[in-house]
Design a protein around this ligand. Structure first.
Ligand SMILES: Cc1cc2nc3c(=O)[nH]c(=O)nc-3n(C[C@H](O)[C@H](O)[C@H](O)COP(=O)(O)OP(=O)(O)OC[C@H]3O[C@@H](n4cnc5c(N)ncnc54)[C@H](O)[C@@H]3O)c2cc1C
Length: 349
């Protein structure tokens, strides 16, 4: 049986970031992953927006998470030899009340650094913007490029199995775990995304997965380099292609696309950008979220050989590098996790 420091289950954003961080820290990792077509990461638009537009407040821990994420992906791009993180100027298209709110709130020290002014999107004949727009500096991660690049980069550095992990083949031994009589490790870390709801070891975590749908559009008469946002977002991909998203559905957790979601997205878009569009693609995925809207990491209370890295919700791109580092430091140096993300918050005492 091959000996490892960790077995990591799942090859979405969480698993990929963690495997990379562990490998960089000199750990021997065995990676078991399958089903990228069911991965939320493959569907995600990959946006990083430092502000919550509905209330014009900073997102949770943005001052810590954002610089750490940018630093992480930029360093990684050098190793991969390709770009996966892109800067994007976000233009929040104002409704009739927004301009006053922004004028007031952009004076606040916690908001001011993220706002890049108020005005109008230039050279855009189609956009309806009578109340103006607010500009914010954002980013987006091309998650497909990221996952493929990382898989290639890690392929000669770790042992990986492209198959579904099955709990019935897991053997918990004192201070270690073994899987399928093939690999033995000190820890096994589950990064299963929303499918963690089926993992009986972590059934005490109040997961609250959220389905989301996105469209890929071709808009011939639009050249915009801005990410336009008004209830829905329109992310420019180049060559007149755009991603339009996204919906939130807590009831239907399938990855089937729906006519209702398509209609909703196109209707919202038409309210501020009445352009002739062609729908090229339609995708759905399930965001792995937790009821208290915080990510979750930590060791199982009874079987500390098992760990979890999950709950990235709708902001995984910004959270994953920081959370992975938190978990790495717990595993390697027993450094306590940030209390807000610690699995222990769900353990009944
Ligand atoms: C429509 C939509 C839009 C989004 N937009 C954004 C955005 O703009 N910005 C942002 O930051 N986030 C966004 N997200 C959220 C983002 O996708 C998630 O936060 C993040 O990708 C979750 O990563 P994960 O690795 O935890 O889960 P996943 O990407 O779902 O990966 C989990 C993986 O584990 C695998 N797995 C599960 N069980 C097993 C098993 N037993 N054996 C082997 N493999 C297993 C699954 O098949 C899957 O591949 C969006 C999500 C959706 C659905």
């Amino acid at each position: 049986m091959d000996r490892f420091d960790q077995i990591v289950v799942g090859g979405g954003l969480a698993g990929t970031v963690l495997v990379y961080q562990l490998t960089k820290a000199g750990q021997r990792v065995c990676w078991i992953k399958a089903g990228l077509e069911r991965s939320s990461t493959m569907v995600a638009a990959g946006l990083i927006n430092p502000l919550v537009f509905r209330y014009l407040t900073p997102v949770w821990k943005v001052q810590t998470l954002l610089p750490e994420a940018i630093n992480f992906y930029k360093k990684l791009e050098k190793e991969l030899g390709q770009q996966c993180l892109h800067e994007i100027n976000i233009a929040k298209v104002f409704g009739d009340q927004d301009a006053a709110l922004w004028q007031r709130k952009m004076q606040l020290p916690e908001i001011a650094p993220w706002i890049n002014g108020i005005g109008a999107v230039p050279d855009n004949e189609v956009l309806i913007q009578p109340h103006g727009v607010g500009f914010v500096n954002g980013y987006w991660l091309d998650t497909g490029v990221f996952l493929r690049g990382m898989e290639h980069y890690l392929s000669d550095k770790i042992v990986s199995f492209n198959e579904r992990f099955e709990l019935k083949r897991l053997n918990i031994e004192p201070d270690k775990v073994s899987y399928d009589k093939r690999c033995l490790a000190d820890k096994l870390i589950f990064c299963e995304g929303w499918e963690a709801v089926k993992n009986s070891f972590f059934d005490f975590v109040p997961f609250r997965p959220v389905k989301g749908e996105l469209l890929t559009l071709k808009i011939d008469n639009l050249e915009s380099k801005y990410l336009l946002n008004k209830e829905v977002f329109l992310l420019p991909l180049g060559e007149h292609l755009f991603r339009l998203g996204s919906t939130y559905d807590w009831d239907d957790l399938s990855i089937n696309t729906t006519a209702q979601a398509r209609e909703y997205l196109l209707e919202k878009l038409a309210s501020f950008l009445p352009a002739k569009i062609e729908v090229i693609d339609h995708q759905a995925g399930v965001r792995p979220a937790v009821a208290d809207r915080r990510p979750v990491a930590g060791l199982h209370p009874e079987h500390p050989q098992l760990a979890i890295f999950n709950g990235l919700g709708a902001r995984g791109v910004m959270i994953a590098p920081w959370l992975g580092q938190q978990l790495l430091e717990l595993l390697r140096y027993q450094k306590p996790l940030d209390e807000e993300v610690d699995l222990q918050r769900f353990v009944k005492r």
